[in-house]
Ligand binder design. Structure first.
Ligand code: UT7
Length: 319
């Protein structure tokens, strides 16, 4: 049996850090409100000339170096992003060119904050069915570009960044199971409802969110999909060594861990330093916890996404 194994991870955060106090100097908010309601203390913001593919490139280089393989060995690139460089070509194709390779399949997936988990599930299928041997899966976002910096209800929540993993075909497990879901009837509670038409942006290019509705939805579906995923591989919740939910709000993360009976010290949280980086949040947190030595070979890690669409999903991985 062939599995897709994570053989390297990498991440990248833009150099510029914006603290809650920085924001409180410009809009009606406070460090106290942001920390209490979200757990966020700071976020990284890309320079005006940095795009998602630039961030993706740095994260990918880190993942390839960790895996000890060259870009020429990649035969599939999947980039999850809601903030692509262009309408087209895809950010994955731009990343491929920046990596200096050509020929392999490259495409973007759009599932907002669930994008990385969606991308990982797609790449896993390619590897398990023999269509790819080495896959690069990246979550990369410059969410700062689609925020209304005068809307305190959204702009304090997000940040920019990228995370990447290299998957390789192996007889040892690997990705054990993935479960993906969507419910488009909830599209309106988290959306950037604009498009480009006739040379203009039609509608709003900014993120709009019904925070409390998203909060309740997220806690419920993260609980459900974790149970579904462990059941799919014949395991129990107690078999999870590390829980890495999408990093949106520390209260969502802690509520999810509590409902699942995962001890707080087994929850990986980077939302305090990174804020919500949408599709980048899960691979960023995974890379942090691997590099600081918390996650080790043989550990089972539950990765979870939830976001606009509405979309949600989980992947259980044995490292
Ligand atoms: O990637 C997935 C997408 N995002 C999420 O998962 C986010 C999910 N939702 C949340 O994290 C929370 O709902 C928020 C952090 C967005 C908001 O927390 P909340 O506890 O649900 O607060 P709320 O929206 O009910 O707002 C409470 C109050 C309001 O004032 P009034 O109406 O009670 O006077 C807001 O106007 O807080 C006010 N408020 C703020 N005050 C200071 C909203 N944003 C801010 C702010 N600073 N930045």
């Amino acid at each position: 049996m062939t599995f897709a194994r994570i053989v390297g991870t990498g991440s990248y955060l833009p150099r510029r850090i914006v603290t809650n106090d920085d924001l409180a100097r410009r809009i009606d908010t406070s460090d106290e409100w942001i920390v209490t309601r979200t757990g966020i203390r700071q976020r990284h913001i890309a320079e005006p000339d940095q795009t998602s593919s630039d961030l993706a490139l740095e994260a990918s280089r880190g993942a390839l170096a960790a895996a000890g393989i060259g870009a020429g060995e990649i035969d599939l690139i999947v980039v999850a992003t809601s903030t692509p460089d262009f309408v087209f070509p895809s950010t994955a194709c731009l990343l491929q060119a920046k990596l200096g390779v050509k020929g392999c399949a490259a495409f973007d997936v759009q599932a907002v904050c669930s994008g990385f988990v969606y991308g990982l599930a797609v790449a896993d299928s390619f590897v398990r069915t023999g269509q790819a041997r080495t896959a690069l899966v990246v979550g990369a976002e410059v969410f700062s570009r689609i925020l209304d910096w005068n809307d305190r209800g959204t702009c304090v929540l997000f940040g920019d960044g990228a995370g990447a993993v290299v998957l390789r075909a192996d007889e040892r497990p690997g990705i054990l199971a993935s479960v993906l879901h969507a419910d488009g009837s909830h599209a309106g509670i988290l959306t950037a409802p604009g498009n480009v038409c006739g040379g203009k942006v039609i509608g709003s290019p900014y993120v709009r969110m019904d925070g409390p509705a998203v909060f309740k939805f997220a806690v419920r579906v993260l609980d459900e999909v974790a149970r579904e995923t462990v059941a799919k591989c014949g395991l129990a919740l107690g078999d999870i060594d590390w829980l890495i939910p999408h990093q949106a709000n520390i209260r969502i993360l802690e509520a999810t861990a509590k409902r699942l009976g995962v001890p707080r010290e087994r929850l990986v949280a980077t939302v305090d330093r990174h804020a919500n980086t949408s599709a980048a949040s899960v691979p960023l947190a995974l890379d942090v916890a691997l590099r600081d030595g918390r996650i080790r070979a043989g550990h089972r890690v539950m990765l979870q996404g939830v976001g606009g669409g509405f979309t949600w999903g989980a992947t259980l991985v044995e490292m």
